[in-house]
Design a protein around this ligand. Structure first.
Ligand code: NCD
Length: 323
């Protein structure tokens, strides 16, 4: 794998490869010494033009556990226009010898630009670009679903036969987009639930079913329900009457939690607006995978960095390291 830019064009075999290598990485994370020598001498740059807590820390932990050198670059608040600043920054990174660049940017397509511009030779990982995609989040979500439903039997399996319902601010969510593509590539049946104002215009081409009523979607007995954060910072208009009204109609509260099928799971990529899209009962219930998602994120990002930087040739070595 040269870059990881989106899940829309990620082949099923490549997705399964990331998930299976992540299984190996996860196994190493329960050892006393969690650090692997695999990426010693490689440099990973975290280039964050947008706020992030868990994604940036997760990539940093992943790179460090593979013994790579990590440089964190927060470019938020730069006064240079975005296009120029991206080129200048990229050329600086190239001069410093970056082997992989993990980029989060407010502009959809920025990672693609970086990967195809010729400014750098490093592998590029998209850590969230505008409202476009967030591929490692979808991979960690798929990993979490697979683990909860198939446990130690997960390797090599896809998500065929599972129903996943994604609820909320789909319009602004790169997490939703990446999950729609990845989960359907892996054979899951995906339903989106949102107020009509938060459904994107172009969804007719997406491999999903759209429902406007959360209770109706819950009647469909989803195996996993993924709540999305209401992204107030991307809203320049009123998309719903009041927060109270939103949470009454599209929030996951105690009553709806009760109606979910036995064995189903509740997911959220974080950060959560407790009391808005998800109640504390739901967020903290045994069904909730919120913290598992965070933990699995490190294993999945280790897998992604490994596949980008160590490549196929050294696969067997890293798999040996991981055993
Ligand atoms: C998501 C993001 O930044 O796209 N968060 C994350 O990466 N964990 C979702 C969000 O901000 O709501």
């Amino acid at each position: 794998m040269r870059h990881l830019l989106d899940t829309r064009t990620l082949a099923r075999a490549d997705a399964l490869r990331v998930l299976d290598v992540a299984e190996d990485m996860r196994d190493t994370q329960s050892r006393e010494i969690r650090k692997l020598p695999t990426l010693r001498g490689k440099t990973v740059v975290n280039l964050f033009f947008e706020d992030s807590t868990r994604t940036r820390i997760s990539f940093e932990a992943a790179a460090k556990r593979l013994s790579a050198d990590v440089i964190n670059f927060s470019a938020k608040g730069s006064s240079v226009s975005k296009g120029e600043s991206l080129q200048d920054t990229a050329q600086t990174l190239q001069a410093m010898g970056a082997d992989a660049v993990v980029i989060r940017h407010g502009a959809s397509g920025a990672p693609q630009t970086l990967a195809t511009s010729g400014w750098i030779s490093a592998g590029v990982v998209n850590a969230g670009d505008g409202t476009h995609e967030h591929p490692t989040q979808a991979l960690l979500d798929a990993f979490t679903i697979r683990k909860r439903f198939f446990g130690d039997d997960s390797r090599g399996r896809d998500l065929a036969g599972l129903k996943v319902t994604i609820v909320g601010d789909v319009l602004h969510s790169r997490v939703a987009r990446s999950n729609v593509w990845l989960l359907s590539t892996l054979g899951a049946e995906v339903t989106l639930v949102a107020p009509p104002t938060l459904v994107p215009q172009d969804v007719s081409a997406w491999p999903v079913r759209i429902v406007y009523d959360l209770d109706e979607a819950i009647d469909g007995a989803p195996d996993a329900i993924m709540m999305l954060r209401i992204q107030l910072e991307r809203m320049n208009a009123a998309y719903f009457p009041t927060e109270r009204e939103y949470s009454r109609r599209w929030g996951l509260d105690a009553a709806r939690l009760q109606r979910l099928p036995e064995g189903s799971i509740v997911m959220h990529p974080g950060p959560m607006n407790r009391g808005l899209e998800i109640s504390a009962d739901a967020a903290d219930s045994p069904r909730s995978t919120v913290l598992e998602q965070v933990a699995n994120g490190v294993s999945v990002r280790m897998a992604a960095l490994y596949l980008l930087l160590a490549g196929e040739r050294e696969t067997t070595h890293a798999e040996e390291d991981a055993r």
